[in-house]
Design a protein around this ligand. Structure first.
Ligand SMILES: Nc1ncnc2c1ncn2[C@@H]1O[C@H](COP(=O)(O)OP(=O)(O)OP(=O)(O)O)[C@@H](O)[C@H]1O
Ligand SMILES: [Mg+2]
Length: 417
């Protein structure tokens, strides 16, 4: 991974979203004024990724290459590096506090460096690769809610850090797949965090909201509060499981099951379900002579339990994490699988929250097709790089701090705290 960060606010930013169902590449231009403008898009069905894990490097490489080439061609530019979504790696989210002694002097950059470094040291003991780290608040002598402690005095300075670690092996596989396409990964990003950047409005980020990105093989979710992402998690259940359930339940080929799902699938029963019939071609039948007709209620009966299970899992993970209350009552759904009819209503019922559908905003140049919920995570990758600007707070740079790192922290504090 690159250790040196280049200017990001202006110029070209490229994002690669390697999903279980589709792979997408966006190339955007930022000129410092207004939102980044997408000037190149490539997307297609992905291969080599299943259940949010790379299962075949060669196939993954082919998928990445076709999406990247299409985006490059449209943008008229050859890419060298991309910001990518994390594929698999079972991300683990932790927020913890550490303190350093100040001996009563005025807090300066060096103290911030010390306390952030101390937090990093605490975390690097695990075998996980750290992929996100955000200071989410400072304390002075135990008093919380300090946004920028510089210039203040005290005995002890503390920082609350939110860190996300992912399995080193998964990150390396992702790096290998991308490197085989002669591209460098700037940073892997958890999809739900990216989707949140693309879809949430500032009030939602500040007051508390949970973004649930419903993909083909995974459902990843992120809690935002006080302007930061404070928790992420992921379960390996997605829209692909719904398609499989239909194919197995009705003995129909996967392609038909997928079509039936998008055309007639719903996770909420309605009054007409018994009377409405749906065509079901059977597996192995060449012609449609043997097509079955089943009431829509049977289809709903297959689809609904999977979605219920998904939201119940999300709810129990959120409750167990302690971030359920912090997320408030707001839920925003993104990802291709959120488009299933009735999903919003079912989520509202099971999570007992106000649910809205999200699609990428804050980016210019997205057409209808690529501006939908399935592209929220890809759009968010661009926004992450854009907002982060020229500097980085990554562990590699922390070891040898330079003025730039603290310029980055200043910018980070200004932009995010
Ligand atoms: N109109 C629709 N109704 C229901 N489901 C849909 C619809 N359109 C797409 N989907 C489902 O969305 C899923 C793909 O979503 P998405 O493109 O967000 O996944 P992905 O990013 O490739 O996967 P992942 O994030 O899990 O790795 C598929 O399971 C697909 O069946
Ligand atoms: Mg996805």
């Amino acid at each position: 991974m690159s250790k040196k960060k280049r200017a990001r606010r202006n110029g070209t930013i490229a994002a690669l979203d390697l999903g279980s169902t589709k792979v997408a590449c966006f190339v955007a231009k930022a000129d410092g004024e207004g939102p980044p403008r997408v000037v190149g898009i490539g997307h297609q069905i992905s291969r080599g990724v299943r259940g949010g894990t790379i299962v075949d490097l060669e196939e993954a490489e082919d998928s990445i290459l076709s999406a990247v080439s299409a985006a490059e061609q449209m943008a008229g530019e050859t890419l060298k590096s991309v910001i990518v979504n994390l594929v698999g790696g079972a991300p683990v989210s932790r927020t913890f506090g550490v303190e350093v002694a100040l001996n009563g002097h005025e807090i300066g950059d060096a103290d911030l460096r010390r306390v952030i470094e101390q937090a990093r040291q605490t975390q690097t003991a695990t075998d996980k690769r750290i992929i996100h780290q955000f200071p989410v608040g400072f304390t002075i002598d135990g008093s919380r809610g300090i946004r920028d402690p510089r210039g203040m005095c005290g005995e002890r300075l503390g920082v609350n850090m939110h860190m996300v670690g992912a399995s080193s092996a998964a990150v390396r596989n992702l790096e290998t797949a991308v490197a085989r396409c002669h591209l460098e990964i700037e940073e892997p990003i958890v999809p739900a965090y990216a989707a949140g950047l693309a879809c949430l409005v500032q009030d939602e980020k500040d007051l508390g909201a949970c973004v649930i990105d419903m993909g083909g093989g995974t459902t990843s979710f992120a809690v935002f509060f006080d302007g930061h992402c404070v928790f992420v998690d992921q379960i390996n259940v997605g829209g692909g499981h719904v398609t499989n359930d239909i194919a197995r339940g009705l003995s129909t080929p996967l392609a038909h099951a997928e079509r039936m799902k998008t055309l007639h699938g719903s996770c909420i029963h309605s009054a007409n379900d018994e009377r409405e019939l749906v065509d079901v071609p059977l597996v192995g039948e060449e012609e449609q002579t043997q097509a079955n007709h089943v009431p829509k209620s049977i289809l709903t009966g297959i689809v609904a339990p999977r979605l219920e299970e998904t939201f119940e899992l999300v709810r129990s993970r959120l409750e167990a994490s302690g971030f359920d209350k912090i997320a408030g009552r707001r839920v925003v759904l993104t990802g291709g699988a959120s488009q299933l009819q009735g999903t919003r209503e079912l989520a509202a019922m099971i999570l007992d929250k106000q649910v809205r559908m999200g699609k990428p905003t804050h980016l210019a140049g997205l057409a209808d097709q690529t501006g939908g919920p399935a592209f929220a995570a890809c759009a968010g990758l661009i926004l992450h790089a854009h907002q982060k600007g020229t500097e980085s707070l990554r562990p590699e740079t922390a070891a040898a701090p330079t003025a730039g790192v603290f310029g980055g922290l200043r910018m980070w504090l200004r932009d995010n705290l």
